[in-house]
Design a protein around this ligand. Structure first.
Ligand code: 6MZ
Length: 354
């Protein structure tokens, strides 16, 4: 089997996907038509989605998806289509994450989450090969009150739907906002898992020096989230970052790595210099994710292919990446065993020994 086919066929686990960033052009067009039934110009309006050149620009792109997911019906279709597309890419476990939004007169945060769960329920019947979970996101930029509301919502939904709601995600524009660690502690006590975006950007100390946002990064590492997102600026070759790199290695916290996202947002300059290389070589727990497959025009298969061709990973190493991701999921023990079984079955069918 060639690399492309192998990456497509691998039973993969997606642990870092933001719902509104995952919407494909087909889904966006469908949502646009739902919102503007008489318009003929969806293509032109949505094409601007490709034109961004930094992390800041990327955050403007989310506004386009957000402007189209303003009703429970739109959130339902977004979720259903996204699950279908991941399933078609042979993803067997999907942990979606999304920031609940209230739109005056149209949708409450509660209805937003209910729409995702409703889609999950239907996907469970339509696509039984994919196991679905949801992390409720906190957007750092939206402030303390919104974070508090989302955590309360997550705790309540977790009590009602523990099979779907498994944790919290701390994300949003890293250029602003705080980490709300004391609020996350409350969520953890309630039984939710925590995935936190960490060290995505540099802090500009003066016009001469950029250093990783060290204090915040150390606070997050001390808090010990169950998983970390990106850790782009914790890189052994970057100025002022080797101490953080060692702290990260000592922490043994699994890191979700999104290669294409970091390259397209220009937070990493080349695939070859991506922190994947250093974490992989150090044997640190890592998994691959798409981040925002719609925004970055990628798929999980494509991310596996890039990792393999850039870092020379062999078939058995790709398989091991899938296998080890099982351990980092927020699934139950029985669910993890079923996922392991699927991957082992694939390895036997394809004669890949590891
Ligand atoms: C940080 C990100 C992100 O929640 O509306 N998001 N946060 N870093 C990233 N790297 C590029 N990509 C996406 O999905 C979109 C939201 O996810 C977060 C941002 O808060 C964005 O508004 P939801 O479904």
């Amino acid at each position: 089997m060639d690399l492309e086919n192998l990456c497509q066929a691998l039973p993969k686990l997606e642990l870092h996907a933001h719902l509104n960033g995952s919407l494909s052009m087909d889904t966006l067009k469908k949502l646009y038509k739902m919102q503007n039934p008489n318009s003929k110009s969806s293509e032109d309006t949505l094409m601007s989605i490709k034109n961004f050149s930094s992390l800041g620009e990327c955050f403007k792109v989310f506004n386009i998806a957000h402007s189209l997911t303003t009703t429970p019906e739109a959130v339902f279709h977004s979720t259903y289509d996204t699950v279908k597309e991941f399933k078609e890419d042979n993803v067997i476990y999907l942990e979606l994450r999304s920031t609940p939004r209230a739109i005056e007169g149209k949708m409450t945060k509660q209805e937003y989450v209910e729409a995702i769960i409703k889609a999950f329920e239907i996907c469970k019947t339509d696509f039984p090969s994919i196991l679905l979970k949801l992390l409720i996101s906190i957007n750092r930029k939206q402030g303390y009150k919104a974070a508090q509301d989302n955590i309360e919502l997550a705790i309540n939904f977790f009590k009602k739907y523990p099979q779907y709601i498994v944790g919290l995600d701390l994300s949003g524009d890293p250029m602003t906002g705080s980490t709300f660690l004391e609020l996350l502690r409350k969520a953890r006590l309630a039984g939710l898992k925590i995935a936190a975006h960490c060290a995505e950007i540099y802090q500009m100390l003066s016009h001469l020096s950029h250093v990783p946002n060290e204090t915040e990064t150390i606070d997050i590492l001390k808090f010990k989230p169950d998983r970390l997102g990106h850790c782009t600026c914790i890189h052994p070759t970057l100025q002022g970052s080797s101490k953080l790199f060692n702290l990260l290695l000592d922490s043994k916290i699994p890191v979700e790595l999104c290669l294409t996202s970091n390259i397209q947002c220009k937070t990493v300059s080349t695939y070859e210099s991506h922190q994947f290389k250093y974490l992989f070589e150090a044997g640190h727990p890592i998994c691959l994710g798409t981040d925002d497959k719609g925004v970055f025009h990628t798929s999980l298969s494509h991310e596996y292919k890039i990792a393999s061709s850039t870092f020379g990973l062999k078939q058995e190493q790709l398989l091991k990446l899938c296998l080890s991701s099982v351990e980092y999921t927020f699934a139950t023990l029985e669910e993890k065993q079923a996922l392991l079984y699927e991957i082992e079955k694939f390895s036997k069918e394809c004669n890949i020994t590891y």
